[in-house]
Design a protein around this ligand. Structure first.
Ligand code: SF4
Ligand code: FES
Length: 391
């Protein structure tokens, strides 16, 4: 009979589990799940060597092991500390740990701009979530923040170094997924920055994955930038036969438009299988993919705001109390905003509005002044028979 593997007993926030020797505290906590799991900004289980850079995953070891039950003198990085048999760990149950996390968030935000309202990563940014969960309300930093020019790394990726938290994930991803890394962290201390040597662009087949592993909006997809907010899109899982990668992706749709293609991420926000550039950047038609179904989005995620599985609509009480009459318009936003054209009545659209609705795409949903519907006769220019506002 083969020797039975000895398992280590570890207790995290009063929950005990058994794990294999060599497991880190963070991995053990992920096995338990829920609130005891420390946040992680630089560790990435799929990238060898990652972790140990950001200190967001600090925990207190109240007892080192059964053999040596002394507490560890300082808080430790859970992604880099292995469990011992009989170890007792405090994560959410220790105020010193929570204070340290606050301090780490404050530190990460020293140079990171507070530009969430205009950042493409908003809604799926790990730093944004971390600062909501663990951050302070204010900052004590009084000095000038460092800023950088935006930088196009080839045709598909844009680097905005101002937002980078130097987690090293993109460097490991390029190292381990491509055969030629041309970017890295240059310089030291306050001068450190992600950069490519002599403006070399990143053109390897799998380099697009650096966008997915970046926890903030420092590396973004140039084919998607500012096309939409992530919470207005509907993520669906899809696949295709791809000779280069597994072809299993997530499509971020608005109506019938595929706005973005990314790899699928697990509950820890980590990519399940890395995908190639062709799938990510060049297959933007619905017909390129076999749709499997809507992605399961965690309830706490802002992306779930637009999700449509099991939606329960609130009871509409207004028509009842108004005796069937429509409420009076108190304030017409169109008179002060250029965002939507007043002539486009969104409530008349049979499906969700897309940028095309406003741009006059003949196949877009709905009726608006600029749209030119096909198949309804022709006018002088042979395009439109129904819209009096077009020539
Ligand atoms: S660019 Fe993104 S992934 Fe790369 S080090 Fe900076 S924060 Fe990390
Ligand atoms: S996740 Fe552990 S140090 Fe960054």
């Amino acid at each position: 009979m083969p020797d039975e593997k000895k398992l280590f007993k570890v207790t995290i926030d009063n929950i005990t589990i058994e794990v294999e020797p060599g497991t880190t505290i963070l991995q053990a906590a992920r096995k338990i799940g829920g609130d005891v799991v420390p946040p992680a900004m630089c560790y990435y289980s799929k990238l060898k060597g990652s972790g140990g850079k950001c200190r967001t995953c600090l925990v207190r070891v109240a007892a080192g092991s059964t053999a040596d039950p002394r507490p560890m003198p300082k808080l430790v990085a859970s992604c880099r500390t292995n469990v011992m048999d009989g170890m007792i760990v405090e994560s959410m149950t220790n105020n010193a740990v929570l204070d340290a996390r606050k301090a780490v968030v404050e530190f990460l935000l020293i140079n990171h701009p507070l530009d969430c309202p205009v950042c493409d990563q908003a809604g799926e940014c790990d730093l944004q979530d971390l600062s909501y969960d663990h951050g302070r309300e204010g900052t004590r930093y009084e000095f000038k923040r460092r800023t950088f020019e935006r930088h196009n790394l080839g045709p598909y990726i844009q680097l905005h170094m101002t937002r980078c938290i130097l987690c090293f994930r993109c460097v490991y991803a390029a190292d381990q997924l491509t055969n030629k890394r041309v970017h890295g962290i240059l310089d030291r201390g306050d001068h450190s920055e992600i950069a490519t040597y002599i403006e070399k662009s990143l053109d390897n087949d799998f380099i697009g994955n650096v966008i997915d592993v970046c926890p903030v909006g420092a590396l973004t997809d140039r084919t998607f930038r500012f096309k939409n907010r992530v919470w207005f899109t509907k993520p669906v899982d899809a696949h295709r036969n791809c000779p280069k990668c597994s072809g299993k992706v997530r499509l971020w749709m608005r109506g019938d438009e595929v706005l973005r293609v990314t790899a699928r991420k697990d509950e820890w926000g980590e990519v399940e299988e890395f995908i190639c550039n062709e799938c990510r950047f060049e297959k933007k038609k619905g017909t390129d993919w076999i749709i499997e179904g809507p992605t399961k989005v965690a309830r706490h995620s802002v992306v779930s705001a637009g999700h449509y599985v099991g939606v329960k609509k609130p009871h509409e009480a207004l028509p009842e109390v108004m005796g069937g009459r429509k409420p009076k318009l108190v304030f017409d936003i169109h008179s002060v905003s250029d965002v939507n054209e007043a002539e486009v009545d969104l409530s008349l659209l049979p499906g969700p509005a897309t940028s095309d609705t406003f741009d006059g795409n003949p196949n877009a949903y709905g009726n608006n002044v600029t749209d030119v519907k096909l198949g309804k006769g022709s006018n002088v220019k042979g395009t439109d028979s129904t819209n009096p506002n077009t020539p």
